[in-house]
Design a protein around this ligand. Structure first.
Ligand SMILES: *[C@@H]1O[C@H](CO)[C@@H](O)[C@H](O)[C@H]1NC(C)=O
Ligand SMILES: *[C@@H]1O[C@H](CO)[C@@H](O)[C@H](O)[C@H]1NC(C)=O
Ligand SMILES: *[C@@H]1O[C@H](CO)[C@@H](O)[C@H](O)[C@H]1NC(C)=O
Ligand SMILES: *[C@@H]1O[C@H](CO)[C@@H](O)[C@H](O)[C@H]1NC(C)=O
Ligand SMILES: *[C@@H]1O[C@H](CO)[C@@H](O)[C@H](O)[C@H]1NC(C)=O
Ligand SMILES: *[C@@H]1O[C@H](CO)[C@@H](O)[C@H](O)[C@H]1NC(C)=O
Length: 486
């Protein structure tokens, strides 16, 4: 924040506080400088949270983060890398001061990271991870000549996002995750397919300008057999590496369609960034041992009416689909089960821990492959002092909803679809919604009414109808991308 914005906002806050003696000057939703409203039934925040729409009119905003000066960086799929200077009046009363396109490249589609010192920015296309030198004090178009390619040879059809996670406790270690190229991608049974896995690269070894990029297959394998692990996170206290996985669609077991409530989406643990799994033991190895099961084994969500349930519980792995030679026993013995399982098709896309590691927030993009939509929300998961979830691994209620769609029947056409999450320096949680082209801020505050700038939850507005994807358009899109819609 610059002095120019600090001073009026302090003045404003103290005037308001004097006038109302409110604990949170923004709890009433008053924010004359930002009157944006969503053009669909407004999301509903849980008690203790408020939120506000801050930016709209983007193409397909995905990964987001804050630079060292409080600038918001957004990968806007179909546009490139965009910087927002924000006017901050406290609470959720934030508005866009200036929007600057840093990189025009419509192939940048999701991944973004910033170096520890804030001076290098990373972003990814389906094929490459790039870096650019960055100066947060004067954000302007980044010089294309200064762009370097760090990782390459990742092109494949299907899932095209390449999420980037730069370790905080081991600067220079960059984790890059890749999904499958089809719903049941059988080649991912081989680790050298390079798909459905998370690998790490020591980018500090790429010292000179002439050092070539890594091939994706050069990376250390943190996990494979992960269908589409879009969200990755490092727990800031213990250094645990976690991912959220989008599991398979249209699944059958014993010739029965089980896709509505199975398999579960997954929260997977990949050991600690220092190479241990806890108890002082060594990581299962960055290699072949780290297989999480896809495309042979899946995690059980609902046990209701499940064919040949046997003694399986929620969170256990089961054999299905292509796994003709597999049994539920071999799935549980030979592959790593999730630490938690989430409702099928909720589509978790990002995970971010609080600074004290006691909670992780997860964005659920929402289902397309289910008659009654699910997801379209942001939830939190509680973690204990050992850096593990407090809920047991067979839990079906490990998530606490923070922001939800008021009427899931309207989704996906008339709902926000949360994707990227980011904390700002004030402890507010931001998220992007790709289908609506929007960015929102959320804040914890006593007595918040959970509204967005007075939009009241009844629709209204409508100026942005052009940004809305109608259900028919979404289904058409699903067909075009081969039914891989996250
Ligand atoms: C940027 O530079 C790369 C080579 O480093 C080139 O392939 C690409 O076309 C350039 N993009 C623009 C917009 O000039
Ligand atoms: C990464 O590479 C640098 C430079 O070669 C080296 O000093 C460092 O130890 C490496 N880090 C890891 C975790 O291997
Ligand atoms: C990328 O793949 C091509 C084709 O297999 C290969 O020739 C090239 O060396 C690879 N690039 C790197 C950086 O390894
Ligand atoms: C389920 O039963 C099989 C054998 O019938 C056994 O090997 C396995 O350990 C059991 N699993 C659980 C979770 O109890
Ligand atoms: C089943 O077959 C696949 C190859 O299709 C193989 O990877 C797997 O190890 C086999 N599992 C068992 C239990 O034999
Ligand atoms: C979650 O479900 C379990 C088992 O039904 C129950 O004991 C527990 O109280 C529930 N927890 C919450 C937070 O609702």
């Amino acid at each position: 924040m610059t002095m120019a914005t600090v001073y009026p906002s302090l003045l404003r806050l103290s005037l308001l506080a004097a006038a109302t003696q409110a604990i949170s000057p923004r709890a009433d939703g008053d924010c004359p400088s930002n009157t944006l409203e969503v053009s669909y039934p407004a999301p509903v925040a849980a008690d203790g949270w408020t939120y506000r729409l801050v930016a709209e009119g983007l193409t397909r905003p995905r990964g987001i983060l804050f630079d060292s000066e409080g600038g918001l960086l957004v990968v806007d799929g179909g546009t490139g890398l965009v910087h927002f200077r924000l006017e901050d009046e406290g609470g959720t009363c934030v508005s866009v001061g200036e929007r600057t396109v840093l990189v025009e490249d419509e192939d940048l589609n999701h991944g973004i990271a910033l170096s520890h010192d804030g001076n290098t920015i990373f972003a990814s296309t389906a094929n490459d991870v790039y870096s650019w030198p960055y100066d947060a004090t004067s954000p302007g178009p980044l010089d294309n000549d200064s762009r370097r390619t760090l990782v390459t040879n990742m092109t494949s059809p299907g899932h095209t996002t390449r999420t980037l996670l730069l370790s905080r406790s081991r600067p220079g270690i960059l984790l890059v995750s890749r999904g499958s190229d089809s719903n049941e991608d059988l080649e991912t049974e081989h680790v050298d397919s390079g798909r459905s896995q998370i690998r790490s690269f020591n980018i500090s070894r790429l010292g000179g300008q002439d050092d070539g990029p890594y091939d994706y297959l050069d990376g250390d394998v943190w996990g494979w057999g992960l269908r589409n692990p879009v969200g990755t996170a490092e727990d800031p206290v213990h250094g645990g590496i976690w991912s959220v996985e989008n599991s398979v669609d249209q699944l059958r077991r014993d010739s029965r369609d089980i896709h509505t409530d199975n398999p579960g989406e997954e929260l997977n643990f990949h050991g600690f960034i220092d190479g241990s799994v806890g108890d002082g033991s060594v990581l299962r190895g960055t290699g072949e041992e780290n297989n999480y099961g896809y495309p042979l084994c899946y995690a059980l969500w609902s046990t209701d009416d499940f064919p040949n349930l046997g003694n399986l519980s929620t969170g256990d792995q089961f054999a299905a689909g292509q796994a003709d030679n597999m049994t539920d026993e071999s799935c549980n013995e030979d592959y790593i089960a999730p630490v938690l399982t989430f409702q099928a098709h909720t589509a978790p896309l990002d995970i971010k821990f609080t600074d004290d590691g006691s909670e992780a927030f997860i964005s659920f993009h929402g289902s397309w492959n289910r008659n009654e939509p699910v997801g379209y929300k942001i939830s939190s998961v509680a973690f204990n002092q050992d850096g593990m979830p407090t809920a047991p691994r067979d839990s079906r209620n490990a998530t606490t909803d923070i922001l939800t769609a008021p009427e899931l029947g309207n989704c996906p056409g008339e709902c926000a679809r949360p994707v990227g999450l980011a904390w700002d320096s004030e402890g507010r949680l931001w998220f992007s919604s790709d289908s609506t082209g929007e960015i929102f801020v959320m804040a914890r505050g006593a007595g918040g009414r959970g509204g967005s700038g007075g939009s009241g939850g009844d629709g209204g507005g409508g100026e942005d109808a052009g940004l809305q994807l109608r259900p028919g358009m979404v289904m058409l899109g699903a067909v075009v991308v081969g039914l891989l819609l996250v």
